[in-house]
Design a protein around this ligand. Structure first.
Ligand code: BGC
Length: 760
C-alpha cells in the first residue's frame, strides 16, 4: 500500500510540473490516478475536508463579508484551510469581480498550497457563479441573462455564449461554474425568473442541454472547458408565495412532468455536478431528503457526479427549517440523505461535526468514501490532477475580446422581443426638425441592462460598470445622431415633476418618446417583492408623457414580467429587453432604428393581472370564467409572442400522416413566406400539440417542437419539424410517462390539423 501511495504521489508531482509549457494540447495523455487507492490512504479528517467547500472570504485578509481592499489571500488562513483542515473546495469571490491577473495570482497561490503542501497533493476544486458570462472577472463578457437567452429560441446561440463563458472562466483558473439554472420559470413573482430558461419544459430542456454542451464540450478536461452545475435540485422555483426559498408544494406527477425533465436531460448530457434546492419540497427540506437526493437523483437518474449543497443549507436544517434539533443532527441528516459537499461556507462547523459523527459511528466511513470518490472523480474529469491551473499551459488571448463582444451583441439582438407595434411605429423614423425624447430609469443605466450576478452578487453598484459599453440612451444618441435625441435623465423612483412640466412646455419639439422602464437588479431574497405591478412612479411617468400626443415606445428592462396593463394602452410599441447584458444598449438602439429586425419570442407568459398567473400550458379547467366560458386566460402577451418588421405568412401546414404509430415519426411540413422586400427575417416555428382526451386532464396545449429558421427578403421556403410518440407523452395515473392512443391536434402559426396515435 505504502509503495502504491508513493507511486501515486510522484506521478501527481511529475504531472504538475510537466505542464508548464505554453499551449500543451488538451489531449495530452491523462495521468491515471487510482482514486480508490488514494481514498484508502486518506484519514477521516482528509475525507471530510474534501467534502467541505469554503467561501473565499475565509482565506482572505480581513473579516468574512468585510475584506481588506485590495483583496489578497491570508497565507495563514489558507494553510489552515488546505493543510490543517484538508478543504477540497473553495467558492465565490470576496464581494466583487477581480481582474484576470488577480484571479490567476490567487488561484496559483491556492493550488500551490494544495498541490505542494498537503499530504496527497490534491488540487482544489474552485466554483463560481458565472451565470451569464464570466461575471466575476472584470474583463469577462457579460451576456444577456438566461431568460433573455431563452428568448432567442436558438440553442446554438446559447451554446456559443456558454462556450465563451467556459473559456473566460477557465482562464482565471476556475474550473467549475454553478450554472445552468434548470428550474422552470413558472412563478413570475420569483426573484430568479431571469436566471431560468422560462416556463416551458421543452424550451428549458433544450437550452439547458445547449448550455452544458458549451460549458463542458466533449471533454471537460479541455483547458477551455468547465464543469456545469445543474441547479437547484428539485422544485426550487415554484413557491406559492413567489418569494425565494419559501415552501413549494408540487404533486409527484407534476414534479416528474414539468420540473424533473430538465435535470434528467442534463444528467444524460453528462453534467458533472448538481446543486441542491435550498427550500423545502412538500414539507421536507430537500437537503435532508434521501428520497430526492438518493432514490431519485442517484438510483433513478443514475447521476454519478457531485451533489453540492447550497449556501449554509446544512446548518439551516436546524434553525431555519427546524427539522434538526442540533447542528450535529443537521450534518448527519444531510450527509445520510446524500449530499457530497457542503457549501459550508464561512466556518468549519460542518467539517468538525462530521468528523465527530464518523468517529462515534453515527455516519459510516463508507458514506464518506462514496462522496469523496465522486469529488475526486470530478477533479479528475476536469483534468485538475494533470493541470490544476489551465492558464499555466494554455493561452487565453480572447478573454473579453471583440470577437466575444460580437457574439454577445448578436445574442442580445436575437433575444429582444417586440411585443407590440401599433401602426408599425417601429422602426422609428427620425423626423426633420424634431427630436426623440429618451427617458426612463433603464435609459441611462448599465446595471439594469446587466441585472444581478454582474461583477457583484446583486449587480447594483455602478462602480463596476464596464468601460466602453453603452446605455440605451448613449446607443440611441450614437445611432440617431446626437442632435436628434433629447435625453431626460430619470431615476427609478421618479421622472421629476419639474422635468415633466418642462417637457410639456416643449411639446411640439418631439416626434417620439422612448421610455425605458424596469426594475433594479436583484436575485434571491433581496429580490422578493410584494407586488408584481411595475412601480407607481414609472406608470405615472408614462401617463404624464402620453399627453405629449406623440408615439410612445416602451423598452422593458426587467428581471421578471412586471405588470403594465394600466399603461399598455398608452404605448404604441413595446420591446421586451429582459436583462440583455453589456451589448443590450447597442442591440436595442439597432432594433429601434431598424438596422436589426427583432426575432426574440417570449419564453414566458406575460401576465396582465397580478392574480392571474397561468402559464400557457394550463388546463382548460384552470381558465373557467365566472360566465362559465373558458375565457379566464387573458395574459398581456402569450408565451411565444414576438413580432418582426417583416410580415411573414404561414401559407400551409401538412402532416406526413393522419395516423401515427408506435416507432414512427410525424413530419410537420410548414410553408412560409417572408413578404418583406426590406427585411430578412428569422422565424421561430413552434409546434403546439393538444391531446384531445386523456386519462389525466390534459394541458390546453404543449410545445412539442420548435426551430428557428431564416428567410431572405421575399423568400418562400418549406421547413419540416418532426415529433415522435414519446414527444406526446405525459405523466399518467401511476406517475410514469405514457402516450395514450387517440386524437391530437397540431397548431403551428395559426394553422391546425389533427392526427391519431395508435400503438399498433
Ligand atoms: C445561490 C446559488 C449560488 C450559491 C453560490 C446561493 O445563495 O442560491 O444559486 O450558486 O449561492 O453563490
Amino acid at each position: 500500500m505504502r509503495s502504491l501511495f508513493y507511486i501515486l504521489l510522484s506521478s501527481i508531482i511529475l504531472l504538475n510540473t510537466s505542464c508548464s509549457d505554453k499551449n500543451v494540447v488538451s489531449s495530452e495523455p491523462k495521468k491515471e490516478v487510482d482514486l480508490n487507492a488514494l481514498i484508502a490512504q486518506m484519514s477521516i479528517e482528509e475525507k471530510v475536508g474534501q467534502m467541505t467547500q469554503l467561501n473565499l472570504d475565509v482565506i482572505s485578509v480581513g473579516e468574512v463579508y468585510n475584506l481588506v481592499e485590495p483583496h489578497s489571500l491570508d497565507q495563514e488562513k489558507l494553510k489552515r484551510a488546505l493543510v490543517e483542515k484538508h478543504v477540497g473546495s473553495i467558492l465565490n469571490v470576496g464581494g466583487h469581480a477581480y481582474s484576470l491577473e488577480h484571479w490567476q495570482e490567487i488561484m496559483t497561490q491556492i493550488q500551490r498550497v494544495a498541490t505542494e503542501d498537503s499530504r496527497f497533493k490534491i488540487p482544489v476544486l474552485y466554483g463560481i457563479d458565472a451565470i451569464h458570462g464570466a461575471n466575476y472577472l472584470t474583463e469577462g463578457t457579460l451576456f444577456p441573462q438566461p431568460l433573455a437567452q431563452a428568448a432567442t429560441f436558438n440553442p446554438d446561440q446559447v451554446e456559443r455564449c456558454a462556450a465563451i463563458t467556459a473559456y473566460e472562466t477557465r482562464a482565471t483558473g476556475v474550473p467549475w461554474n454553478f450554472s445552468p439554472v434548470l428550474d422552470l420559470g413558472r412563478q413570475p413573482l420569483w426573484s430568479r425568473m431571469f436566471e431560468t430558461y422560462g416556463e416551458d419544459v421543452l424550451l428549458a430542456r433544450t437550452m439547458g442541454i445547449a448550455c452544458i454542451k458549451g460549458y463542458q464540450g466533449d471533454d471537460p478536461s479541455n483547458p477551455e472547458k468547465v464543469s456545469a452545475c445543474m441547479k437547484h435540485f428539485l422544485g426550487y422555483s415554484y413557491s406559492y408565495t413567489g418569494k425565494d426559498r419559501t415552501p413549494v408544494y408540487i404533486h409527484d406527477r407534476q414534479l416528474r412532468e414539468y420540473y424533473l425533465p430538465t435535470f434528467e436531460a442534463a444528467v444524460e448530457q453528462g453534467a458533472l455536478s448538481v446543486m441542491i434546492n435550498s427550500g423545502e419540497l412538500n414539507g421536507i427540506p430537500v437537503h435532508s431528503d434521501p428520497k430526492i437526493l438518493t432514490d431519485l437523483l442517484r438510483k433513478e437518474l443514475g447521476f454519478d457526479g457531485v451533489a453540492v449543497t447550497d449556501w449554509e443549507d446544512v446548518m439551516k436544517l436546524k434553525d431555519h427549517h427546524r427539522v434538526a434539533a442540533t447542528l450535529k443532527d443537521a450534518v448527519q441528516m444531510s450527509v445520510m440523505a446524500g449530499i457530497d459537499m457542503s457549501m459550508t461556507p464561512n466556518d468549519y462547523t460542518f467539517t468538525d461535526l462530521l468528523i465527530e459523527l464518523v468517529k462515534e459511528g453515527s455516519v459510516p466511513e463508507s458514506r464518506l468514501d462514496e462522496s469523496v470518490y465522486r469529488i475526486l472523480l470530478m477533479k479528475k474529469r476536469l483534468g485538475l490532477f494533470d493541470h490544476p491551473l489551465a492558464f499555466k499551459h494554455h493561452q487565453f488571448p480572447d478573454v473579453g475580446s471583440i470577437k466575444h463582444d460580437q457574439v454577445n451583441y448578436e445574442t442580445a439582438c436575437e433575444a429582444i422581443t417586440l411585443l407590440k407595434n401599433e401602426k408599425e411605429i417601429l422602426p422609428v423614423e427620425a423626423k426633420a426638425g424634431k427630436k426623440i425624447l429618451v427617458t426612463g430609469p433603464s435609459s441611462n443605466s448599465m446595471i439594469l441592462l446587466n441585472g444581478a450576478w454582474s461583477r457583484t452578487w446583486q449587480g447594483v453598484d455602478p462602480k463596476y460598470n464596464d468601460e466602453g459599453k453603452q446605455t440605451i440612451a448613449e446607443a440611441l444618441r450614437e445611432t440617431f445622431g446626437n442632435a436628434l435625441v433629447h435625453q431626460e435623465i430619470c431615476t427609478l423612483d421618479v421622472l421629476d415633476q419639474a422635468a415633466l412640466e418642462d417637457i410639456m412646455k416643449r411639446k411640439g419639439e418631439f416626434s417620439h418618446v422612448i421610455i425605458c422602464l424596469g426594475e433594479l437588479p436583484s436575485s434571491e431574497t433581496p429580490g422578493n417583492i410584494e407586488d408584481l405591478t411595475l412601480e407607481e412612479a414609472q406608470l405615472k411617468a408614462v401617463e404624464g408623457l402620453a399627453s405629449l400626443g406623440v408615439p410612445m415606445v416602451a423598452v422593458l428592462v426587467e428581471n421578471r414580467p412586471r405588470i403594465i396593463s394600466r399603461i399598455e394602452p398608452l404605448l404604441d410599441a413595446v420591446l421586451m429587453a429582459y436583462n440583455p447584458g453589456d451589448e443590450g444598449g447597442r442591440a436595442i438602439a439597432d432594433i429601434i432604428i431598424g438596422k436589426v429586425n427583432p426575432s426574440g419570442r417570449l419564453p414566458i407568459t406575460y401576465p396582465r393581472y397580478v392574480n392571474s398567473l397561468l402559464t400557457y400550458d394550463h388546463k382548460n379547467t384552470e381558465r373557467l370564467h365566472f360566465d362559465f366560458s373558458w375565457n379566464a386566460f387573458n395574459p398581456q402577451w402569450e408565451f411565444g409572442t414576438g413580432l418582426s418588421y417583416a410580415p411573414v405568412l404561414y401559407k400551409g401546414m401538412t402532416l406526413s400522416t393522419d395516423t401515427l404509430r408506435k416507432g414512427e415519426k410525424l413530419q410537420i411540413n410548414i410553408s412560409l413566406e417572408n413578404m418583406s422586400p426590406i427585411y430578412n427575417h428569422q422565424e421561430v416555428i413552434m409546434v403546439f400539440v393538444a391531446d384531445k382526451v386523456a386519462s389525466i386532464t390534459p394541458s390546453n396545449k404543449r410545445l412539442r417542437a420548435f426551430k428557428k429558421v431564416s428567410l431572405g427578403k421575399r423568400e418562400s421556403a418549406e421547413f419540416t419539424l418532426e415529433i415522435s410518440p414519446e414527444d406526446l407523452a405525459f405523466v399518467g395515473i401511476d406517475n410514469t410517462w405514457i402516450t395514450e392512443e387517440g386524437e391530437f391536434e397540431v397548431e403551428v402559426g395559426g394553422k391546425t390539423s389533427s392526427f391519431y396515435y395508435l400503438k399498433k
